[in-house]
Write a protein that binds this ligand. Structure first.
Ligand SMILES: Nc1ncnc2c1ncn2[C@@H]1O[C@H](COP(=O)(O)OP(=O)(O)OP(=O)(O)O)[C@@H](O)[C@H]1O
Ligand SMILES: [Mg+2]
Length: 438
């Protein structure tokens, strides 16, 4: 015991590097990834190395050493620190030499680098191999999930020209609540109250938005308005929704097995969900032929369904749904599809990522039916930007247009007598007719 050496920072670094060199060759496929069991396995070996080095390490320093070694040997390399940092929401690795993160809604390049391309490849394998998948020339793109639920995409050369490219959307430890969104100015109390009534009244609602605009977060918040006594089926590519109701059945797509069998798509799951006596179906993102199944379900008694689509305006969302319905493989005339959309979808909630990094609901728009060949859209709430403040923050508010939705009687029959104030009555500047869009 007497000969133990207390390490200075340089010696600590050296011990770390030496441990990594010693332990890396021991790692087989079984021990890749940061599972609890792998951490224990690694710690067992690391303790022996620390003893061999005659190093005196207080418990705290040992934990730091273990974390650093685990990141390199069985984990995801230097991005480990960002994955542990709750203020970081996304991590993007564009080859060994460029790593971006999103923090507080803003993209920033970090100083961090991988040692070389082999090190990023190793990190990518440590993500994918524990799932029984592989990433190589035969399968250069992979969607996966980290043990904590974070969503990962890996793409490698020759398809990725920057080198191994890893994109991670971190799983939030706590999903944002409606109170959080109101606090951030993403929507107002009035708009929240309106959406709550619409969900309880079983209207069909589509959340529309661009990449990373907060669609899933908003879908989660809107789904939280579903009464607790209903049976909810969620269908997702990567299970991200966190519903607090007691009766939730969660379905997730499955990738194909190496022999090409076993692929289960969102469409397969939506069709299956319809046979599971759902009272609500919540679809993470409609991105294919399932749009037709959803619309048919909404039109045949499965009302109260919720989904997101990738689109930049409510008008685009309607066009996107049209395109997606065609992907179901039936040659339906456009006016038939539009009639289905207009009859099925009651409301589109448009979410945007603003240039200051904040996310805001910019429109809550009613689908009022068909006029000729066109779906009639009526904004009920509309975001009005006032100005960019000094610190580049987007200022403004989601305001009622002053127009009550045509389904107001339905809300009232369900017991929601929403006060005129929600729709702008009594305020001096409801947006009024200028909010109308055809
Ligand atoms: N209203 C909001 N205010 C601030 N941050 C938000 C808000 N909504 C979402 N976020 C944050 O933005 C990021 C993206 O959110 P989310 O995953 O919901 O977006 P998305 O549109 O579903 O993305 P994708 O297109 O990749 O599926 C997350 O880090 C989330 O915490
Ligand atoms: Mg999403």
């Amino acid at each position: 015991m007497e000969n133990l050496t207390t390490l200075n920072p340089t010696q600590f670094e050296q011990l770390c590097t030496w441990s990594i060199t010693q332990l890396t060759p021991l790692v087989d496929t079984l021990h890749r990834g940061l599972s609890q069991a792998n951490m224990e396995w690694l710690s067992g070996h690391l303790l022996k190395l620390v003893q061999r080095a005659n190093a005196r390490l207080p418990e705290n320093d040992y934990q730091i050493l273990l974390t650093a070694v685990a990141d390199e040997v069985i984990g995801y390399g230097p991005i480990g620190e960002y994955l542990r940092d709750p203020s970081v929401s996304e991590v993007m690795v564009n080859g060994a030499l460029q790593i971006y993160i999103e923090r507080k809604g803003k993209l920033v390049e970090t100083e961090t680098r991988y040692k070389d391309e082999a090190a990023v490849t190793r990190a990518a394998e440590n993500i994918v191999l524990p799932l029984g998948r592989k990433v190589d020339r035969s399968q250069p793109l992979v969607d996966a999930r980290l043990p904590d639920g974070s969503r990962v995409n890996v793409i490698i050369p020759p398809c990725a020209l920057n080198g191994v490219t890893i994109t991670i959307r971190k799983f939030p430890s706590k999903r944002l609540t409606v109170e959080d969104l109101i606090g951030f100015g993403s929507l107002t109390t009035q708009a929240a109250e309106f959406l709550k009534a619409c969900v309880a009244t079983r209207l069909n609602i589509i959340v529309s938005g661009g990449t990373g605009s907060g669609k899933t977060t908003l879908l989660n918040v809107i789904s939280s308005f579903i009464p607790t006594d209903e049976r909810i089926c969620t269908v997702e590519d990567s299970a991200e929704l966190q519903l607090s109701q007691p009766h939730v059945v969660r379905l997730e797509t499955a990738p194909a097995l190496p022999d090409g069998s076993g692929l289960i798509s969102i469409r397969d799951l939506v069709r299956n969900a319809l046979r599971m006596r759902p009272e609500r179906i919540v679809v993470g993102e409609v991105r294919g032929g399932e749009a037709l199944d959803m619309l048919q379900a909404m039109n045949t008694g499965h009302d109260g369904s919720l989904a997101t689509v990738h689109a930049n305006t409510p008008r685009d969302a309607v066009a996107r749904l049209e395109t997606l319905v065609l992907m179901a493989g039936f040659d339906l005339p456009v006016h038939v599809i539009r009639a289905q959309i207009a009859a099925a979808v009651h409301l589109i909630v448009q979410q945007e990522r603003m240039r200051d990094g904040s996310r805001k609901i910019t429109r809550i728009t009613e689908l009022q039916g068909l006029e000729g060949e066109n779906v009639v859209l009526q904004d009920i709430f509309l975001f009005q930007a006032t100005a960019l403040s000094n610190n580049d923050k987007v200022e403004g508010a989601l305001k009622p247009t002053g127009i009550r939705p045509s389904f107001t009687p339905r809300l009232e029959r369900a017991g929601f007598k929403l006060s005129g104030a929600i729709f702008g009555a009594g305020t001096l500047d409801p947006i009024g007719q200028q909010g109308r869009r055809k």
